[in-house]
Design a protein around this ligand. Structure first.
Ligand code: HEC
Length: 158
């Protein structure tokens, strides 16, 4: 029965009209600068397993390699550090997950996210200066920042 009604609505043009109104409203909001930043549509878990872990892996594997680094590797480290700095900002923004937002409402979470961001910026500075010793030290600060937060907020794992 429902299908019949839906088909009838479609044929009468009601559904396309309603949805095109909605589309128009969404488009109007999308171009409105006053609407603010786009919503964060990733959970903390996805942010960790994706952008955060990927960029930290790039940094650590190049930082700890004893082989002399090619210009493209320095550039990759620098870009990965920028990614990690951006991920740290995202960590402090609410999404639509209740548990994630409960953690974020705690000021200590922000502090730990900032510690990671600071370490990422140290890495970027070292990579731009082509300074291998500074890079190694900053990379270990990153690892420490991951551990400090996990010790407090992550239920499973390191
Ligand atoms: C501000 C806190 C915080 C920082 C900083 C942080 N993490 Fe996490 N991380 C978490 C929390 C909380 C979880 C558990 C999320 C969940 O399961 O809902 C997590 C989970 C993870 C996971 C598991 C994801 C999965 O799919 O289960 C990985 C991998 C991870 N983090 C990597 C990292 C790395 C690498 C760093 C440092 C570069 C880092 N995290 C820094 C809070 C943090």
């Amino acid at each position: 029965m429902r299908i019949v009604v839906a088909v009838a609505l479609l044929l009468s043009g009601c559904v396309p009209a309603a949805s095109s109104d909605r589309t128009a409203a969404m488009q109007a909001e999308a171009v409105d600068p006053a609407a603010g930043p786009l919503p964060v549509l990733v959970t903390t878990r996805e942010l960790m397993g994706g952008l955060t872990a990927f960029s930290a892996h790039v940094i650590e594997s190049i930082a700890t390699s004893t082989v002399s680094k090619a210009p493209s590797e320095w550039d990759a480290v620098s870009l990965a550090a920028s990614d990690l700095a951006a991920a740290s900002s995202l960590m402090t923004m609410n999404n639509d997950n209740v548990v994630d937002n409960m953690r974020r409402s705690d000021g200590h979470w922000r502090l730990l996210s900032k510690a990671l961001q600071d370490a990422a910026l140290e890495v970027r500075t070292a990579a731009r200066a082509r300074d291998a010793a500074a890079l190694l030290a900053a990379s270990s600060d990153i690892r420490q920042a991951c551990r400090s937060c996990h010790a407090q907020y992550r239920v499973h794992g390191e």
